[in-house]
Design a protein around this ligand. Structure first.
Ligand SMILES: Nc1ncnc2c1ncn2[C@@H]1O[C@H](COP(=O)(O)OP(=O)(O)O)[C@@H](O)[C@H]1O
Ligand SMILES: [Mg+2]
Length: 284
């Protein structure tokens, strides 16, 4: 497995301008100058793929650092490969200039990925809930596959199936493909069933992200208003949850992020050229 898939930058440190450049050049993902691809995959619908795609797209678009090759045309390009086009609808209402969304699927997916990689700093692919050609193609292109799953036995079974598709894609393309289960809609207060469920995923040989997406109304609210959690309440639990998730995901990809506090304090424009901090800093 290429080292950069697990490259982590030191957490909780700030760098000066030259330090940032040095850190960027030390990051293998940055050296590769290849736009990373995150795929949201599950053979099951309703597990939280689109919710996570929306949260990551809107959070990472605010904080991605693009010192490597100048600013890309779009900070994040999302590919909505679900015929229901729910991600595209939500992003249309959100109307964020830094996030572009294109429709695709099946035969058109590979050219769409190529175009997205040429113009974006990060590509996020949202899939429909079934094992199909689009899932195989998307996973074959992925740097990181996230498999959202709720704490239930049904979801363990579907996550195992999805991991099977990722392995098929890895076999096709001749490389390992990093994949993690992301627990979604977990209760705010840790409950026995959630603990038990984590154990079941581990037992099934599925690596879990440390961060879970907690069950919160803010995540449902945003589908109507297009307002990501940070826009609804920057200090709320949902916003903090998303920042932690974004930090963990960026860490897995070796991406540098502007600190969440910096983005709020400086405003997005200044934060783009101003101070940055390591990805792990967000995981507070
Ligand atoms: N963490 C969460 N808290 C509250 N509701 C959630 C959460 N994650 C997902 N949902 C809701 O669950 C439903 C299914 O989520 P969605 O992202 O559309 O799943 P998928 O894309 O896998 O079909 C949606 O109504 C969404 O608002
Ligand atoms: Mg969906």
């Amino acid at each position: 497995m290429p080292e950069y898939r697990h490259a982590r930058l030191p957490a909780g440190r700030r760098y000066g301008r030259m330090g940032i450049m040095r850190k960027l050049s030390e990051s293998p993902a940055m050296n590769a100058r290849r736009t990373p691809i995150i795929v949201l995959a599950s053979t099951k619908g309703g597990v939280g793929k689109t919710t996570v795609a929306f949260c990551l797209a809107t959070a990472l678009a605010r904080r991605l650092h693009h010192a490597r090759a100048g600013m890309p045309e779009h900070r994040v390009v999302c590919i909505d490969a679900d015929p229901n086009r729910t991600l595209q609808q939500a992003l249309r209402i959100a109307d964020m200039p830094d996030v572009r969304c294109v429709e695709s699927g099946g035969e058109t997916l590979l050219p769409a990925v190529r175009d997205a990689q040429a113009t974006a700093g990060l590509v996020i692919i949202d899939l429909e809930g079934s094992a199909n050609q689009a899932m195989l193609y998307a996973c074959g292109k992925a740097d990181l596959v996230l498999i959202p799953a709720q704490p239930s036995r049904f979801d363990v079974v579907e996550a195992v199936k999805t991991a099977g598709v990722v392995r098929q894609a890895a076999d096709l393309v001749g490389r390992d493909i990093a994949h993690h289960v992301l627990l979604t809609r977990t209760p705010v207060l840790r409950q026995k069933v959630a603990e038990h469920s984590r154990g079941q995923f581990v037992k099934a040989g599925l690596p879990l992200l440390r961060t879970e997406l907690i069950q919160r109304t803010a995540f449902q609210h945003m589908t109507y208003t297009g307002e990501p959690p940070h826009a609804q309440d920057p200090n709320g639990g949902a916003a903090r949850n998303v920042e932690t998730l974004a930090g963990e995901v960026a860490g897995l990809l070796g991406l540098l992020l502007a600190g969440a506090a910096d983005v709020q304090a400086l405003g997005p424009k200044q934060a783009r050229r101003g101070r940055t901090s390591a990805a792990g800093e967000a995981a507070a």
